[in-house]
Design a protein around this ligand. Structure first.
Ligand SMILES: Cc1ncc(COP(=O)(O)O)c(C=O)c1O
Length: 371
């Protein structure tokens, strides 16, 4: 294959389409430099940083339209760390897990490995489809991803029908800030910020309900050994003071703060959700009209608004497309590494301009004509 040079006028203004870390807006970087020297490089136990954390927490509550009594928690470590925290501080005896991709499965594995819990009830489905909750005796936590980043399947944020006492815990890492939902349908809506919030990883946030707070307080006051870094009781106490147990990275908090302000000032989650729906539809329609491409997720309602997966015919080597795009500054369109499909995976997170997604389809067409 000869080198393909895409004409300048076809290229998107920003070529970052990765599923996380993902595109950071220039305004976030400008805001970050505006914090130099008053906030950056100063103590996280003093007012400037605590006010920044407070602003992020307030902004998230507004964005999610947090119901009465819901709070925003945060702690160091990303969603992966949150899984271990939930295993220790939220699951009482047995959880039910929906698994249909890498991330949902990892949480289920973390629970299965805990010697103090009963074997989890795992409801699995093949990649590209999804499973659903089934209320069952003895389950005290129902867990699933709002968006399975590895496959591009999204779910509806709903509680298990007919189970009043259990908690609903939703992994919102790639959905939060990009897909609208009803917060009253969940007890814990947790995420890392390197997707729709266009920030950096290494920290987690969670919207938690009064029932989840009660569970955390009860479990962490009990006999179970809980490492301090995974103790959600400590995270609750520290978050209420706009602090973290140990030193946080300040730059991601600042980038996050600016992104939340941008979302809220444009119309909040409804606006963000409409924007990601528009971007993703451009790609799904393009794939449906293509003779060599098809959306990987067959059920339309399950197709993600924020992570679009497109399969290609055997006659086309998708990795050659992503390689050619990368050589032209359009990066991270490769499929999830363990999925092993002849596929492109494209993020349509809130920061990504729908006009750039349109341009991307034109670039793919240009490449397809030449490989
Ligand atoms: C749905 C989902 N959950 C969890 C994670 C893990 O996040 P982190 O790497 O920040 O721990 C990811 C990362 O991509 C994800 O997409």
């Amino acid at each position: 294959m000869a080198d393909i040079s895409i004409p300048e006028n076809l290229l998107p203004a920003d070529g970052r389409f990765g599923c996380g870390p993902s595109k950071v807006r220039d305004e976030q970087i400008s805001f970050l430099s505006s914090l130099q020297p008053g906030t950056l490089g100063t103590s996280h136990r003093q007012a400037p940083v605590k006010n920044l954390v407070g602003s992020v927490r307030d902004g998230l509550s507004e964005l999610f339209q947090a119901p009465e009594g819901y709070e925003i928690l945060l702690a160091n470590g990303g969603a992966t760390t949150f899984w271990d925290s939930a295993v220790h501080s939220l699951i009482e005896r047995r959880g039910q897990f929906l698994t249909f991709g890498e991330f949902g499965s990892k949480f289920a594995k973390a629970a299965a490995a805990a010697p103090f819990l009963e074997a989890p009830d795992v409801r699995a489905a093949d990649a590209g489809s999804r499973s659903s909750l089934l209320a069952a005796e003895g389950i005290d936590v129902y867990a699933y991803p709002h968006n399975e980043t590895s496959t591009g399947v999204m779910t509806d944020v709903v509680r298990a029908q007919g189970d009043a006492g259990a908690l609903t815990i939703v992994d919102a890492t790639s959905a939060a800030g990009g897909i609208d939902f009803d917060a009253s349908q969940t007890d814990v809506y947790y995420f890392s910020p390197q997707k729709n919030f266009a920030s950096d990883g290494g920290i987690w946030f969670a919207l938690v309900s009064p029932a989840a707070i009660e569970r955390i307080e009860r479990l962490t006051a009990g006999d179970r050994y809980i490492p301090e870094t995974l103790n959600l009781g400590g995270a609750l106490e520290n978050s209420r003071k706009n602090q973290t147990l140990n030193t946080p990275a300040l730059a991601p908090l600042a980038m996050m703060d600016e992104q939340i302000r941008w979302m809220n000032s444009n119309g909040g989650l409804k606006w963000a959700s409409a924007r990601t729906a528009e971007s993703s539809q451009i790609l799904y329609k393009w794939a449906e009209n293509s003779s060599v491409a098809t959306p990987f997720v067959t059920e339309e309602a399950h197709r993600s608004q924020v992570v679009v997966t497109i399969d290609f015919d055997d006659s086309i080597d998708a990795s050659a497309i992503s390689k050619a795009l990368r050589a032209n500054g359009i990066v991270d369109t490769e499929p999830y590494r363990k999925l092993g499909r002849n596929q492109l995976r494209i993020a349509t997170f809130t920061a990504i301009d729908p006009a750039d997604v349109q341009k991307l389809t034109e670039c793919i067409d240009y490449v397809l004509e030449r490989i």
